[in-house]
Design a protein around this ligand. Structure first.
Ligand code: AMP
Ligand code: MN
Ligand code: MN
Ligand code: MN
Length: 285
């Protein structure tokens, strides 16, 4: 159970991945994943295809989502696992969260035009399969494609993050609402890739404290963006806050993602995996 090859964080063309749910399911199976979750940003439109593909491939599946949240002036991602994708309150909350994306994408396009980069809004839009989900990833891919930058990292570092010319701040869902939507839909809320946030120690403590108080249960200890030091640090956080530990590659696209589906190491000893408490939410192959 502890060493199950679970990959509980991945993205399809429904958000900012480049593979369809079907293609992801096939790759997960080929890579030896035993339990998979598709967790598109703020969108459930890939869930039916993912579940059907997983069933066909005899791959256990958890319905998932990654919700964009604003906490203490920064964006935090909260993954929901084992949710009911047909839950009305969750669907309405996500629709509202997605609602500001088009306006924001236009603003990013205008901000980039102001520094001499024209056509970004149309360019990013053309790369997005889902017109409601134009993300910074699509802008970044377009800026690499048009040779403005060398790679995605370069784009984020120089254009799309705080203090940079193409950065447009956004107010996403509240932590309270995101956790309530997930829990209300029968799922488990998990803090995604905690090492990526730039919080002070006090702010980070407040994040985990409030997350627990609202009903959050898990933290991603293993994810592609975590160094070995990050893994041991957030293993400690899991113990300190009595959180279950999750494992997910955050796979977006071949050649872009640092880690393949199912290629993460096992969870550190002594942690309880999230899947130990999601057994009745797993869609068994
Ligand atoms: P958005 O929700 O539109 O703000 O876009 C956020 C997405 O951008 C994340 O889910 C990542 O896929 C991607 N992203 C953020 N920072 C980076 C980075 N430094 N390098 C590559 N991708 C990133
Ligand atoms: Mn993403
Ligand atoms: Mn994320
Ligand atoms: Mn993600």
């Amino acid at each position: 159970m502890h060493d199950l090859n679970a990959d509980l964080h991945s993205h399809s063309t429904v958000s900012d991945g480049t593979w369809t749910p079907q293609q992801l399911a096939e790759r997960a199976k080929a890579n030896g994943v035993a339990l998979w979750a598709l967790t598109d940003h703020d969108e459930l439109a890939g869930q039916a295809e993912a579940a059907a593909a997983a069933r066909e491939l005899k791959l256990d599946y958890l319905a998932g989502v990654e919700i964009s949240v604003t906490f203490a002036d920064q964006t935090v991602h909260v993954v929901g696992l084992g949710i009911d994708p047909d839950d009305d309150a969750l669907r309405a909350g996500l629709a509202h969260t997605r609602g500001s994306r088009n306006r924001r994408a236009k603003a990013i396009g205008e901000a980039l035009a102001a520094v001499g980069i024209d056509g970004a809004y149309d360019g990013a839009g053309a790369l997005a399969d889902n017109p409601d989900m134009v993300t910074r990833t699509h802008f970044a891919r377009w800026m690499v494609k048009t040779s403005v930058c060398r790679d995605l990292h370069d784009v984020f570092r120089n254009y799309l993050t705080r203090g940079k010319p193409g950065h447009v701040p956004e107010q996403w869902a509240s932590l309270r609402n995101a956790v309530a939507w997930i829990v209300g839909a029968g799922g488990m809320a998990v803090i995604a890739h905690p090492a990526r946030y730039k919080y002070s120690a006090t702010e980070e403590w407040a994040l985990f404290q409030q997350f627990k108080a609202e009903g959050g249960r898990g933290v991603e200890v293993l994810t592609a963006s975590h160094s070995a030091a990050d893994v041991s640090r957030y293993a400690d956080t899991a113990r300190e806050f009595d959180l279950l530990a999750s494992r997910g590659s955050d796979f977006h696209a071949p050649g872009e993602s640092r880690i393949e589906l199912g290629a993460l190491p096992p969870l550190p000893r002594g942690l309880t995996p999230v899947w130990s408490e999601l057994q009745d939410r797993i869609l068994r192959a």
